[in-house]
Design a protein around this ligand. Structure first.
Ligand code: FES
Length: 501
């Protein structure tokens, strides 16, 4: 019988903030595995801290709390049709405790994984061991197959599954309530033809020009998806709606779109916050654009990218909130921004593999390189609240690059004839769909956390020529702008900065 292997995931104390965590593991072979951890114990941070480990009674209390921890780990996707189990209901049933899938209510025993329906999900053993310094660490059994599994993400599942925080701590959401300068006049759920599938929500959100409404709709749609309140994902349907070539923007934002070179030189902190808020818009597009052309994409793909969409809307809210706190006279939409990332999105609109490579593994990975210096600038300026926001965003962005790597690798594996080598395929995609060097210096450590080892990106340059670039971005247009251009004139990304008062 094979001996189970375990990996350490966290000090026990760190699991007291939330009752659910999503875990992503990656093996040496680049295989991914997602698990969900449920902690049923009522132990809280405060109780834990009050049980002093310096006296024998307190130490005993802590060990009892650890022993009664009731930590369970199972597959994060339901074996029936692949729902994300992070929003499963936990129910007591006779002498067992079950996780009830939010989509079709199948229940799975937290210990054995058995369901009354006859299906079974994999569960994983958990151990809590005390290290030589007296710190309780949590270990979980690793999946079968694959060598040297490592933890690449341990993410609490949303605030609604948080234990009450200790009185002293202030969460990011408390620091930054959602605010934007835009007025929202439309309802979150349209009164006529409300979306019924995830694809319909994606297209509605992409077509929503008001950023505050976009944030509200994103939250609502992701909640519906996670709790099984949508009819389906809808990507296999021949009636799946098409996304806009470029999502529309409110007129005032549109007119502030400038040549990227013009934004480069402007270095004030307010401009930086504004520019960072502007670039957070990728996840709905990849789902809506490529879902229908890839009916074999599993629900886990949509779980990953809806999570990313939620992160993007959270980042937008956090950044615009910091912008209005630090520079009230320049709310979001009043400063110059550029649309060069949408240019890359258009250039890669023909291929999911190209999109994952260029947007997630080049552009987003570049964010990992430059974020630390940006954070340092805000730290030097004494803006601790913005530092906290940017650190949160950076940690999320590591997981976005991880998702890019995961699904790029998945696509490569599925190629007929035994699959493609992910590293060589990535380098080929970059040569075809990028211009100039893939620039360093690189944040090797965080890239590696996300699965991007040096072989992926070192000594790599794009070879896309001008002609091919123009050809590929033929569909690119900033909505509204093209209407004002003379017939026959190709719309350009670069337009003059024109501040609207
Ligand atoms: S019961 Fe989980 S997807 Fe159907």
């Amino acid at each position: 019988m094979a001996v189970a292997r375990f990996i350490q995931i966290s000090p026990f104390k760190h699991l007291l903030t939330h009752s659910r965590f999503l875990l992503t593991l990656r093996s040496d072979q680049g295989k991914y595995h997602s698990l969900i951890l449920f902690r049923l114990s009522s132990a809280s941070d405060t109780l834990w801290d009050n049980a002093s480990s310096l006296n024998p009674v307190g130490k005993l209390e802590k060990l009892e709390m650890a022993a009664n921890r009731q930590i369970y780990v199972m597959e994060s996707t339901c074996p029936h049709l692949g729902a994300d189990m992070s929003h499963a209901d936990i129910e007591e049933y006779e002498d067992t405790t079950v996780a009830v899938c939010p989509w079709h209510r199948y229940d799975f025993d937290l210990r054995t994984g058995q369901s009354e329906t006859g299906l079974r999900t994999c569960t994983y053993s958990v151990e809590v061991k005390e290290d030589p310094d007296g710190v309780e660490k949590v270990y979980i059994e690793t999946p079968a197959g694959g060598n040297n599994w490592r933890l690449v993400e341990l993410r609490p599942v949303s605030e609604e599954f948080a234990d009450p925080p200790p009185a002293s701590s202030q969460s990011i959401s408390q620091i930054n309530p959602v605010t934007t300068s835009s007025e929202v006049t439309e309802p979150v759920v349209p009164e006529t033809n409300p979306p019924k599938t995830l694809m319909q929500w994606a297209v509605l959100i992409l077509g929503t020009s008001n950023p505050a409404l976009k944030v509200s709709r994103t939250r609502h749609a992701v909640q519906l998806f996670r709790t099984g309140k949508l009819d389906s994902i809808g990507h296999k349907s021949s009636a799946a709606p098409r996304p806009p070539d470029v999502p529309p923007r409110d007129d005032s934002y549109l007119r502030n779109t400038v040549n990227p070179g013009k934004v480069k030189g402007r270095k004030s902190l307010a401009v930086m916050l504004h520019a960072l808020a502007n670039i957070e818009q990728w996840a709905w597009d990849i789902m809506a654009r490529f879902g229908p052309s890839h009916p074999d994409l599993p629900p886990a793909f949509f779980s990953d990218f809806t999570k990313m969409a939620l992160d993007e809307s959270k980042h937008f809210s956090l950044l615009t909130s910091r912008l209005s706190a630090t520079s009230p006279s320049t709310p979001y939409g009043t400063m110059p921004v550029h649309a060069s990332l949408w240019e890359s999105a258009t250039i890669t609109a023909h291929s999911l593999r190209a999109r994952l490579a260029i947007i997630h593994l080049v552009h987003e990975a570049r964010g990992l390189d430059v974020n630390p210096a940006t954070i340092e600038r805000f730290r030097r300026a004494g803006d601790a609240a913005s530092v906290a926001v940017l650190e949160t965003i950076h940690a999320d962005e590591v997981t976005h690059v991880t998702a890019g790597h995961r699904w790029f690798t998945w696509l490569c594996e599925r190629e007929p004839g035994g699959g493609l080598d992910p590293i060589e395929t990535f380098r080929t995609e970059v040569r075809k769909g990028w211009r100039g060097n893939v620039k360093g210096p690189f944040n090797v450590e965080d890239r590696e956390k996300a699965g991007l080892t040096r072989e992926f990106y070192e000594d790599l340059a794009g070879e896309m020529g001008d002609e091919e670039m123009v050809l590929r971005k033929g569909a690119f247009r900033m909505d509204g702008l093209s209407d004002s251009l003379p017939v026959g004139v190709t719309p350009q990304v670069a337009v003059e900065y024109e501040k609207k008062m």
